[in-house]
Write a protein that binds this ligand. Structure first.
Ligand code: 5HU
Length: 152
């Protein structure tokens, strides 16, 4: 399984430790295309763009998005890039899981929460969670996915 993980970079790196836990768990289900998003040494400046610039990051990430089987996004720390990736992924009819921590006191954008129809079979799911349940939440989502594909 090819997994595209979205997390804030230029939007702020406050949640990088939880991104690391998510990516570590996701790697038990398949290949994480965007592992770099969880790297502790990647700063708010983003990847080194001295070679080809932001366009190369954008084009590479969209190519990965096209090939991804599932998108997992940590959306607590707001990020324009993550919002853009999610919009593009919706247009590609991808299966998407957004993870949000209400304990931060933030309110998730209606354009993200409102994209989840509430049905278990919805391609776009928003899951509220607390930090200590992150692995369990991912485990439940991915076991639901394999149950779905087994019956298809
Ligand atoms: O250097 C980068 N590398 C990269 O892969 N991205 C992608 C992956 C992340 O899920 C998302 C983060 O967007 P932003 O930087 O606007 O927070 O964009 C974004 C940047 C910097 O904007």
């Amino acid at each position: 399984m090819r997994i595209y993980f979205c997390g804030s970079i230029r939007g702020g790196r406050q949640d990088v430790v939880i991104y690391q836990r998510i990516v570590q768990k996701l790697q038990t289900y398949g290949k994480v295309l965007t592992e770099h998003v969880s790297h502790g040494d990647l700063s708010e400046k983003g990847e080194d763009v001295t070679l080809k610039g932001d366009q190369s990051i954008h084009d590479r990430d969209l190519e990965w998005l096209v090939t991804a089987d599932v998108i997992v996004a940590e959306v607590t720390q707001p990020s324009l890039g993550v919002g853009y990736e999610l919009g593009r992924a919706v247009a590609m009819h991808k299966r998407i899981l957004c993870l949000f921590r209400p304990s931060t006191g933030r309110a998730l954008s209606a354009m993200i929460r409102g994209a989840d129809s509430g049905s278990q079979s919805s391609l776009f799911r928003v899951q509220d969670y607390t930090e200590d349940e992150v692995e369990r939440v991912l485990q439940e989502y991915f076991s639901g996915l394999s149950a779905n594909t087994d019956t298809q």
